[in-house]
Design a protein around this ligand. Structure first.
Ligand code: BG6
Length: 498
């Protein structure tokens, strides 16, 4: 086949992405309040492929708070980025990063979430981080909400099921948008906003006993509505406050293949695909899509909306669509059973044509090209791949080297498909791979599930020197960025650490 030769655009934003709760640590420093992830324990290795996402009851939260000293909550400690950000940003600079995606911990700025005045020490910390990024020539991409909220808002308000939380979030958003308007141009509202349907606590702040089991779906969609309105209000605030600011939505990018050509399977795949598209449809087109009417009716869901909501959604459309992509999945109509695939959120059946990671996530680079095309054809808005990567167990050799050729292979194959999508005509702003430095896993809170180019010496119990080491993939990614993706074709070109 003829080489199409279209390269990555000159201004392509190469980099990496992280979330505050997975790497900062310092969970109670400088006036920070407790956040939802500060009470989550690690999943045991034997459960890692099928562990349910955390959904604690109020009682369990209280026990965790009382017993904080005796139990280990990995996200309280993170990898101590809070104190080591300069050293880590210097490594990102060495990698050649053009951009770095990070999130602001809401509970550093408003420790309980419902205060009127922000915590100055928290604001100052992010001033310092953004200053350092800018000094090193790296563009900050900031997520307003990445899988956390002040724990107080869960306990006292029921998380995002409560409409009051919209106002608290808007206050937080306006505070940081205004404070950092000269430093940060790219903003993202909610990380993987579609995840709320599977992850009511981490994504929605809902505790298990706050909602009766049979009303849970209703509660999740009510919370989702509040997030969609809050997101639109943050879009409005960004456009008002940040000169040349750009703000996007963010979804967990999942592609749903039909199990086979059976029409019922094709229909099931379409319906499952809407668990992603519903959220982008609202944020990009400005209204609830018509297909949801039937779904809500069938499920007995009634969403309480204020009169103004429709206008708010319509008037405040996002500037770009950002997405994560790790795997694809398979959908089947009624009367089909099959082996389930692993995954942290939206997965379903196993695909016999794909291999899987050690956590059972199905690896599908071509699926990324297809998905990028699907999004672009549907919306014709710029796309930004803000997460992609392989969680794997790494081994440190006796001489200190880490030979992670499996990670290089995964990333290389996905980037080749990103370039194919660019050749298909898809407009892509950039690519920030997930966890450029090892951090705590979102779904299992393990340290041993590593994504980084940079190894961090810490184990699952929080022991280690926290020393940072360059893996083989570090040199490979550096080379990819330096060549603006030109030398992706030959796997042999990967550079091995000495
Ligand atoms: C995405 C999240 O779903 O996947 C990240 O936005 C997360 O926060 C990443 O870390 C990888 O998932 P995990 O569970 O392997 O950490």
């Amino acid at each position: 086949m003829k080489n199409l030769d279209k390269e990555f655009p000159k201004e392509f934003l190469w980099g990496g992405a992280v979330a505050a709760n997975q790497l900062e640590g310092a969970f109670d420093a400088d006036g920070k309040g407790l956040s939802s992830n500060d009470i989550i324990e690690r999943v045991k290795p034997e459960n890692r492929k099928a562990a349910p996402l955390p959904f604690p009851s109020l009682q369990e939260v209280r026990e965790a708070l009382e017993d904080g000293e005796n139990r280990y909550f990995p996200k309280r400690q993170g990898i101590d980025f809070y104190h080591r950000y300069k050293e880590d940003i210097a490594l990102f600079k060495e990698l050649g990063f053009k951009a770095f995606r990070l999130s602001i911990a809401w509970s550093r700025i408003f420790p309980k979430g419902d205060e009127l005045k922000p915590n100055e020490a928290g604001l100052l910390y992010y001033d310092n981080v953004f200053n350092e990024l800018i000094r090193q020539g790296i563009e900050p991409i900031v997520t307003l909400s990445h899988y956390e909220m002040p724990l107080h808002l869960s306990i006292e308000y029921g998380g995002w099921t409560n409409r009051k939380v919209i106002d608290f979030f808007v206050r937080f958003s306006e505070t940081v948008l205004d404070r950092y308007k000269e430093k940060v141009k790219y903003w993202i509202t909610f990380n993987e906003i579609n995840s709320i349907l599977m992850s009511p606590f981490i994504s929605g702040g809902i505790l298990r006993n706050q909602v009766e089991e049979e009303k849970l779906l209703q509660a999740k969609f009510q919370a989702a509505h509040h997030q969609l309105v809050a997101s639109a209000k943050a879009v409005e605030a960004c456009h008002r406050l940040v000169p040349n600011g750009q703000i996007g939505c963010m979804v967990l990018g999942m592609i749903n293949y039909p199990n086979n050509p059976r029409p019922e399977d094709v229909l099931a795949a379409l319906q499952d695909q809407r668990k992603t598209f519903f959220f982008t449809d609202v944020q990009v087109r400005g209204h609830y899509p018509s297909y949801m009417k039937r779904y809500f009716k069938e499920q007995g869901i009634t969403i309480e909306k204020k009169k103004e909501d429709e206008q708010v959604l319509q008037d405040n459309l996002v500037d770009f669509i950002s997405l994560s992509y790790y795997m694809s999945t398979v959908s089947a109509g009624p009367e089909t059973t099959g082996e389930k695939a692993g995954g942290n959120i939206l997965t379903n059946l196993k695909n016999p044509y794909l291999s899987s990671s050690e956590w059972g996530w199905q690896i599908d680079p071509v699926g990324l090209r297809t998905l990028l095309n699907m999004f672009y054809e549907r919306y014709e808005k710029p796309l930004f791949i803000v997460e992609n990567g392989l969680g794997a167990l790494d081994k440190v050799e006796d001489n200190g080297c880490i030979h992670d050729e499996y990670r290089i292979e995964y990333l290389q194959e996905h980037l080749v498909q990103v370039r194919e999508a660019i050749n298909d005509g898809v407009e892509i702003i950039g690519y920030t791979s997930w966890g450029p430095i090892d951090l705590i896993s979102f779904s299992t809170s393990e340290m041993s599930k590593r994504y980084g180019f940079i190894y961090v010496d810490q184990d699952d119990e929080g022991n280690g020197t926290l020393e940072r080491k360059r893996k083989d993939s570090f040199y490979w990614y550096k080379n990819v960025i330096a060549s603006n993706g030109k030398n992706l074709n030959s796997l042999q070109e990967k550079l091995i650490s000495k």
